[in-house]
Design a protein around this ligand. Structure first.
Ligand code: NI
Length: 177
C-alpha cells in the first residue's frame, strides 16, 4: 500500500527509531511492502521507515540503471535492518542530494566516501558490505533518517541548498531518497 511520506517539519522525522526485535513476521513483511510501494510510486532511491511514520530501524534502497539518470551508479535493491555503519576513511566527499521528505529541493552534502555497513535482512540474515561513491551516500542518507537527521542538517554551505528548478534549470537530477 502506498503510504504518505512525512515532510520536513514533522517531528516524527526527528526521533531516534527503535531496533527491530523480531524478524520474518507478517508485520515486518507488510511494512516492507508498503515501503517498496511508496518508494516505487515516487521513483525514489531509498526510503526509511520513519519517513512513513514507523519508528523502526528499517531502510530500503536501490537504484537501477536509468536513462533519465545516466550518471547515477547502480545500487542493488537492499533491505537493511538495525544497520551499523563504519567509515573506512575520514575523507568526506560532497555531492548533491535530495530527500523524499524535502521534495523538490537539493543540497550539497558531505558524506564519507567509503564505508562498511552491516545489518540484517527481513528474515534476520546477516548482511555486510564495503561500498563507496553513490552507494555509500545512499546508505548514509537512509541511516541518518533512523537517528532523526535530515540532510539539510548536514549542509555546510547553505548557499548550496535550493529548489531543483532554480538550481538546475536544465539538468536531470538523481532520485530523491
Ligand atoms: Ni531522505
Amino acid at each position: 500500500m502506498i503510504r504518505e511520506v512525512l515532510r520536513m517539519g514533522d517531528e516524527r522525522l526527528l526521533r531516534r527509531a527503535s531496533e527491530v526485535e523480531r524478524f520474518g513476521t507478517p508485520e515486518l513483511a507488510a511494512l516492507l511492502q508498503d515501503m517498496r510501494d511508496t518508494m516505487a510510486q515516487l521513483n525514489g532511491a531509498g526510503l526509511a521507515a520513519p519517513q512513513i511514520g514507523v519508528g523502526l530501524r528499517v531502510v530500503i534502497f536501490g537504484v537501477k540503471a536509468n536513462a533519465r539518470y545516466p550518471d547515477a551508479e547502480e545500487v542493488p535493491d537492499t533491505v537493511l535492518i538495525n544497520p551499523q555503519l563504519q567509515p573506512l576513511t575520514q575523507d568526506l566527499e560532497e555531492d548533491w542530494e535530495g530527500c523524499l521528505s524535502v521534495p523538490g529541493m537539493r543540497g550539497w552534502v558531505p558524506r564519507w566516501s567509503r564505508l562498511r555497513y552491516a545489518g540484517w535482512d527481513d528474515q534476520g540474515r546477516r548482511l555486510e558490505r564495503s561500498v563507496s561513491g553513490f552507494h555509500a551516500r545512499v546508505v548514509q542518507h537512509e541511516c541518518d533518517h533512523l537517528d532523526g537527521i535530515l540532510y539539510p542538517m548536514r549542509i555546510r554551505e547553505l548557499s548550496k541548498f535550493g529548489f531543483n528548478d532554480a538550481l538546475f534549470p536544465d539538468a536531470q537530477l538523481p532520485p530523491e531518497q
